[in-house]
Design a protein around this ligand. Structure first.
Ligand code: G1P
Length: 293
């Protein structure tokens, strides 16, 4: 089985859910504690053994390229000031993986964004990671999905149960149990009406694909929201290849959603030795002052 080395990170979206802050700043660059959201995604990819990262950008996304580039002026200043830890933090994004970029010239949807990666990926299996979803380290979702791909040689999507009323914000699958956390995807539909959804298992932004997904992406027509949907290509792929779903329960933050963005910041900051104790004291005091308990 060819090991998965490449990952595609679509980052061309307009970030309308997070306006006005995304008016002049890519949503992928929103800070979670002190790192931009997209850095967590690249770090997760690297931890899972992926070494070749293709970021699909669009207009107004230069800040992403700058972040993963060197900044000599800053590096020299930090070096001279003897600020070693900060220097490492600044260098780290430029050294963590081979990062490539391609531009999606028109906002035609997630399926179209992934299709722009075809030449770069070639005839290999690859992963797709959506920058809106941050997974905490112990979740190991992507690593488990890569294990499933290594075992079966087929595509795998990440699945999480969501409240029935929320399912219309996601791709939704009809599952057939295989074992404990693994299901076979019988069918998949993008943003279904809750009354018609085949389950409350939502597709979360982690995928491992066989290269045949590109043939399916080349065949789809505009779907939900008038966009070329990755989900519709997966539905086509299912006609010729088994597609698996890896279910998980914890560790995901949808940072494109304001309340989840705030939760992610609080929880990840609480985990930090340099910030956790002070923030915890503040939260305890806040609860008392606002009589929240
Ligand atoms: C996209 C996908 C959807 C998936 C979701 C996960 O939707 O189209 O299938 O469930 O990401 O976050 P979007 O959030 O771009 O509307």
């Amino acid at each position: 089985m060819q090991p998965v080395k490449k990952v595609v990170i679509p980052a061309a979206g307009l970030g309308t859910r997070f306006l006005p802050v995304t008016k002049s700043q890519p949503k992928e660059m929103l800070p979670v504690v002190d790192k931009p959201a997209i850095q967590y995604v690249v770090e997760e990819a690297v931890r899972a053994g992926l070494t070749d990262v293709l970021i699909v950008t669009g207009r107004g996304k230069h800040a992403i390229e700058d972040h993963f580039d060197r900044n000599f002026e800053l590096e020299v200043q930090l070096e001279r000031a003897g600020k070693r830890a900060l220097l490492d933090a600044v260098l780290n994004p430029s050294e963590m993986a081979a990062i490539h970029y391609i531009r999606q010239k028109e906002p035609k949807g997630l399926g179209h964004a992934v299709l722009t990666a075809r030449d770069h990926v070639g005839d290999e299996p690859f992963a797709v990671m959506l920058g809106d979803d941050i997974m905490v380290d112990d979740a190991e979702v992507l690593r488990s999905m890569l294990d499933v791909h290594a075992r079966y040689g087929r595509s795998v999507v990440a699945l999480q149960e969501v409240p029935r009323g929320d399912i219309s914000a996601y791709g939704c699958v009809e599952p057939e149990p295989v074992d404990d956390l693994l299901v076979q995807v019988r069918s998949i539909v993008e943003k279904p009406d809750p009354t018609e959804a085949p389950s409350n298992l939502a597709v979360i932004g982690r995928y491992v694909f066989t290269p045949e997904i590109f043939d399916a992406l080349a065949r789809i027509t505009p779907g939900a929201g008038g966009e070329l949907q990755l989900t519709d290509a997966i539905a086509l792929l299912i006609e010729s290849q088994t597609v698996y779903g890896w279910t998980f329960e914890h560790g995901r933050y949808d940072i494109g959603k304001k309340v989840d963005f705030l939760r992610a910041n609080i929880e990840l900051a609480l985990d930090r030795d340099d910030l956790g104790p002070e923030l915890e004291a503040f939260l305890v005091d806040l609860v008392r002052r606002r009589k929240l308990l």
